[in-house]
Design a binder for this molecule. Structure first.
Ligand code: ZN
Length: 293
């Protein structure tokens, strides 16, 4: 396989889908720590990712979204950062079977950077560096920073991830604001956030979660218009709604796959799925990508 940054100069690649919901189907309790499964239920984690690879995913994201010390501390696992992140990348590499890229994943800590929160920026960089170094030690193709709603926090994560020397994909979550544009949770516009991420050294600019694929046609166009770098997007399976007290994502595989061509035409290089997507979604999306090749 070509190195990822070389490959992403052209073409269209399909990523994987949601991890958490797949693990819940296997018995992970809602709200409990998904990352400990990298050690205690490793075969199940490999199985979920292998199902995505068999469905046609060309990039697999390791199960480390909540693998920072601060997130793991909520489950009393703050001393297991290295072990958990290494096991996760190993599981993803096993599932990839040398025919998909593997991305180590870092998500938000749940804390706010000073002065909005109590922790200074340096503490964030330190927490993210510990995780990034653990991920890097297990040999992924890149690190992806996902679902960030704060530019301050993702820039701290980016600094830490860049220090490993690996390519870094920087993905923020945008949703439509009252004026019809898209903004992060903290109010940053797409163009400003993307420009700041480029300036700070991101290799791929990305968006994930927040909304469904229809909005992602517009989000992709805005990202592609703002930067010269490859763009990756991971929409949810439609806009979530509550049904009997549970959050459900309404969009089925074929309906979601119908957006692959419009999103690719808007300029995305990698299209994957976020909340609510399954191997069936990825299979339909890969078929749509091949047809439109
Ligand atoms: Zn999501």
């Amino acid at each position: 396989m070509k190195s990822i940054l070389e490959a992403l100069q052209s073409g269209l690649y399909i990523g994987d889908g949601a991890m958490g919901t797949q693990l819940m189907e296997l018995g992970l309790a809602a709200g409990s720590c998904a990352e400990i499964w990298n050690i205690e239920r490793k075969a199940d984690v490999v199985g979920v990712l292998a199902a995505y690879r068999e469905a046609g995913a060309q990039a697999l994201i390791a199960n480390t979204f909540g693998g920072s010390r601060w997130k793991l501390k909520l489950s009393g696992l703050e001393r297991s950062v290295h072990e958990i992140n290494v096991a996760a990348v190993e599981a993803a590499r096993e599932a990839a079977d040398r025919s998909a890229w593997v991305f180590g994943d870092m998500g938000p800590t749940g804390r706010l950077v000073e002065p909005l929160g109590a922790d200074p920026r340096e503490s964030f960089v330190d927490v993210f560096r510990e995780q990034a170094e653990a991920l890097a030690s297990a040999g992924p193709d890149a690190i992806i920073l996902e679902t960030f709603g704060s530019l301050d926090e993702i820039l701290a994560a980016l600094e830490a991830a860049k220090s490993t020397g690996l390519p870094v994909i920087a993905s923020m979550t945008y949703s439509r604001d009252a004026s019809g544009g898209f903004r992060t949770m903290m109010g940053e516009e797409i163009s400003a956030a993307a420009a700041a991420l480029v300036e700070a050294g991101a290799d791929v600019i990305a968006a994930n979660c927040g909304t469904g694929p229809a909005d992602y046609v517009e989000i992709t166009a805005a990202l592609v218009g703002a930067v010269q770098l490859p763009v990756m997007v991971q929409p949810n399976a439609g806009v979530p709604r509550l049904s009997k007290g549970r959050t459900v994502f309404p969009m089925g595989p074929e309906e979601m796959a119908a957006f692959v061509r419009p999103i690719a035409d808007a300029g995305a290089r990698i299209i994957g799925g976020c909340c609510g997507t399954t191997p069936a979604h990825i299979r339909a999306m890969r078929a749509a990508a091949s047809l439109s090749g």
